[in-house]
Design a protein around this ligand. Structure first.
Ligand code: CO
Length: 228
């Protein structure tokens, strides 16, 4: 099982099709990348940033980790943000969570899964910070949805408070930080109407978004009901 042959076969087919349709495509990409977006999302195999947005190679710079967390001590994530903003000059940073996130659920249920428990402490910090509001959601399914949405909001605020993004705004840079969420059961991307374009907007965005998250009822009333 050393060779995963089928993957290489699919790759040749994929590259061949692109070469046939756009003979210049890979040559152009090889010269430079100029993506307009940075995507910060979950590592979940069901949330493939490029595919679900209908993007091509070159369209989006991507950082993924379990539960799409932006921690101020994570030099991996901070380096991605710095490179994207200062070198690639992306104009939009998208934090995209997803409903049914296993990382968020594990934190909510206090599961013991090993090393990852330490990473998920970031989510438990959110639970502790917003415990009163979360406890006020009676429906457990909606509470889980709300925590997935709340995690997006907190990570948008964390991105907005990084030194890199702060510096970009101070220098008059045009940069927006967006909060979206994705439904793994229907393939639909939802705009949570969380958008920050300057440091002065943080408090208002947090207050309005919290109101939105905790006034919504369950997104899916029946399993077959679709969001888009
Ligand atoms: Co997830």
């Amino acid at each position: 099982m050393r060779n995963l042959k089928d993957i290489f076969e699919r790759n040749r087919q994929w590259a061949g099709e692109i070469n046939r349709d756009q003979p210049d495509f890979f040559n152009r990409l090889a010269e430079k990348q100029k993506p307009a977006y940075l995507w910060i999302g979950c590592s979940d195999s069901r949330v493939p940033a490029t595919t679900l947005c209908g993007f091509d190679p070159g369209d989006v710079f991507v950082h993924r980790n379990v539960a799409n967390i932006v921690a101020h001590t994570d030099f991996n994530c901070l380096s991605v943000i710095q490179y994207a903003v200062e070198v690639l000059e992306v104009k939009h940073i998208i934090v995209c969570g997803h409903y049914g996130c296993g990382g968020v659920k594990a934190a909510m249920d206090n599961l013991e899964l090993g090393l990852i428990d330490n990473w998920l402490r970031n989510i438990q910090d959110i639970i502790n910070q917003y415990r009163v509001r979360l406890d006020s959601v009676v429906d457990p399914i909606r509470r889980f949805e709300a925590l997935c949405e709340l995690n997006v909001l907190v990570q948008v605020l964390n991105v907005s408070r990084t030194t890199v993004v702060g510096r970009a705004w101070t220098n008059g840079g045009e940069l927006s930080v967006h909060g979206w969420i994705y439904g793994i059961d229907d393939g639909c991307l939802v705009d949570l109407d969380i958008c920050v374009t300057g440091i002065g907007e943080l408090e208002q965005v947090e207050n309005i978004s919290l109101k939105g998250i905790f006034s919504r009822t369950r997104i899916r009333k029946k399993p077959q009901e679709k969001m888009c």
